[in-house]
Design a protein around this ligand. Structure first.
Ligand code: GTP
Ligand code: SPV
Ligand code: MN
Length: 590
């Protein structure tokens, strides 16, 4: 046992009595213990060691084919009052849910080992960090949590002997039965129960379950924010760094933007980009009144397909050691990994993500699952920020919302003010991706990219954003919206994207510094086309103008869609946002 905290010990005892594991192993986080687990997982085939010369410390894992993404229809927020979960979340009465799941956990770990994982979300000792304990019967989970969090004995240091402020996570793979898969949150009990899955977002309970669903609820009550946001720093040639956070829905470009390589026109001048986080931001007002952000995670659980030496060399480099790959292709000749979009040279003698023989030169089937992932330590990233472990976080100058919109949304626009920015975020829409099960490519509203992750009523969440703005006053970050995904009539992306997105970020920072002009449109402030630096690109100012165009008819449809979307929030929709919608309708005209 690694702690004398009586609340932890009592809860672990109760869960052991329920799950009845053959043995209980407390994870201290030592290399010796982890090596033992790696060896054991290798023996059982749960993890495949890869070519240790090319990919030292790297492993491949395959999930069962029915278990490859988050399951939003099986994810629940169990608050005592139904209305506190809101119209977007699946809800169930906590008593009922405990009664339903308890028999499923009863004896589920017979013949298995229960691992007790203490972890900290955020740097240990940071005033913004929080402690969690995850109980699991999966070594894959232990080894992923080691990469994704600050895991082990030290995590308990923040807790002391009497505190009850830790998140209780219980996970069992059980039989990986999709019909009995449940990802359940009890925000009022600081508790998460996950059963019958082995996929990252469902089982690495520190991530979406704690750091977003439970933490968003805590943040509302405690006056801070937990957001589905990357955090990056842009350093100018004088050495000054400004920080931006950005919320894009799952598989819409956070990891890519967080690690971008500046295009030549900026690199030559001495600009640098630093990655603080690629998925989650916890933000709190600092002593100087500004908003400060930490990344509660310690690694990247990134989308593999599309990651390559050109699109995201920093992410690729991050996966060259100490990384766990999930559901990618195994090249049998080299014992290395491959995925669609890595290079134009798929292996011929390979196994696909299901472990079946696969010839990349001949097969018409994808070799890697579209939601295949790498779990890589943040420390591996060549552009990891020197502030990564700063317990106080970094001050945020601008916040960005964005999604995949083939038409409608322009390349970039700025909100008129914070309240309008909250309106813009609350009405975000994006095409769905493979990160969750269900249809792909369908446009749906995904407020602040938090639709699957907000642990309470979305109307109250909007109100919390408005309240934060009031608290921050003129120190509040400026709010922008971007869209890298506009397509032409043939469906090709018009904007080059990836590293070239920095050109848009530079306009955003110039706006924050009062250095760039803007044009007022019905939806917000836009750059003049010539204010987006296109030096070195093979598109002209006319294309930028096209990317910035606002089609009033499309936007009238958009406003009607927003009105419909808003209706479900009833009384809990803040009046300010209704006013913003009316303002938009008015500016668009009849
Ligand atoms: P989650 O980890 O699911 O939260 O995803 P994410 O938001 O971090 O998305 P990620 O950066 O992994 O990108 C997902 C997909 O979008 C990849 O296939 C990328 O290649 C693609 N993508 C990212 N940025 C751009 C861009 O600027 N333009 C285009 N066209 N595609 C992009
Ligand atoms: C996402 O889907 O937004 C992810 C991956 O970042 S998961 O951890 O599965 O949620
Ligand atoms: Mn994500």
């Amino acid at each position: 046992m690694l702690t004398n905290n009586k609340n932890v010990l009592k809860w672990v005892d109760e869960m052991v009595a329920l799950c009845k594991p053959d043995q209980v192993v407390w994870i201290d986080g030592s290399e010796e213990q982890l090596n033992g687990l790696r060896a054991e997982a290798t023996k059982t085939g749960e993890m495949l060691p890869l070519n240790q010369e090319e990919l030292p410390g790297c492993y491949l894992h395959r999930t069962v084919p029915n278990d490859v993404a988050r399951v939003e229809d099986r994810t629940f927020i169990c608050t005592r009052k139904e209305e506190d979960a809101g119209p977007i979340n699946n809800w169930c009465d906590p008593k009922e849910m405990y009664a339903k799941l308890t028999p499923m956990y009863d004896g589920v770990m017979k013949g298995r080992t229960m691992y007790v994982i203490p972890y900290s979300m955020g740097p240990i000792g940071s005033p913004l960090a929080k402690v969690g304990v995850e109980l699991t019967d999966s070594i894959y989970v232990v080894l992923n949590m080691d990469i994704m969090t600050r895991m082990g004995k030290a995590a308990f240091e923040n807790l002391g002997d009497t505190s009850d402020d830790f998140v209780r996570g219980l996970h069992s793979k059980a039989a990986v039965d999709p019909e009995n898969r449940y990802i359940v949150h009890f925000p009022e009990d600081n508790t998460i129960w996950s059963i019958n899955s082995g996929y990252g977002g469902n089982v690495l309970l520190g991530k979406k379950c704690f750091a977003l669903r439970i933490a968003s609820y805590q943040g509302k009550n405690e006056g801070w924010m937990a957001e589905h946001m990357l955090i990056l720093g842009i350093e100018n040639p004088q050495g000054e760094v400004k920080y931006i956070s950005a919320a894009f829905p799952s598989a819409c470009g956070k990891t890519n933007l967080a690690m971008l390589i500046p295009p030549k026109v900026y690199a030559d001048k001495g600009y640098k980009v630093w990655c603080v986080g690629d998925d989650i931001a916890w933000m709190r007002q600092g002593p100087d009144g500004r908003l400060y952000a930490i990344n509660p995670e310690n690694g990247f659980f990134g989308v593999a397909p599309g990651t390559n030496a050109k699109s995201n060399p920093n992410a690729l480099e991050s996966t060259r050691k100490g990384t766990i790959f999930t559901n990618v292709v195994l090249n049998k000749d080299t014992n290395t990994v491959w995925w669609e979009g890595l290079d134009k040279n798929p292996p011929e003698n390979a196994l696909d993500w299901k472990g079946n023989p696969w010839n990349g030169k001949e097969s018409t089937e994808k070799g890697a699952h579209p939601n295949s992932r790498f779990t890589a330590p943040a420390k591996n990233c060549p552009c990891v920020s020197p502030e990564f472990d700063n317990p106080n976080g970094v001050p945020i100058s601008a916040m960005i919302f964005g999604g995949r919109r083939a038409k409608t949304a322009p390349l970039v626009y700025q909100s008129f003010d914070w309240t309008h920015g909250v309106f813009v975020g609350s009405t975000m829409a994006s095409e769905t991706t493979a990160a969750a099960t269900g249809a792909v490519g369908v446009v749906r509203r995904d407020p602040m990219a938090m639709r699957p992750f907000c642990g309470y009523h979305m109307g109250d969440y909007f109100q919390h954003w408005l309240d934060m703005g009031k608290k921050l006053g003129d120190k509040a970050p400026k709010i922008f919206n971007v869209n890298w995904f506009r397509t032409d009539d043939e469906g090709h992306f018009i904007w080059p994207g990836f590293g070239d997105n920095m050109r848009v970020l530079m306009w955003i920072l110039d706006r924050c510094d009062g250095k760039a002009d803007a044009v007022e449109t019905p939806i917000g402030y836009e750059p003049k086309p010539e204010d987006i630096n296109i030096e070195g690109l093979d598109i002209g100012t006319d294309v930028v103008a096209d990317l910035l165009s606002v089609d009033k008819d499309l936007w009238k449809e958009e406003a009607a869609g927003i009105r419909e979307f808003y209706a479900q929030f009833g009384d809990r929709l803040p009046k300010e946002l209704v006013k913003e919608l009316e303002g938009l309708e008015e500016r668009l005209g009849k």
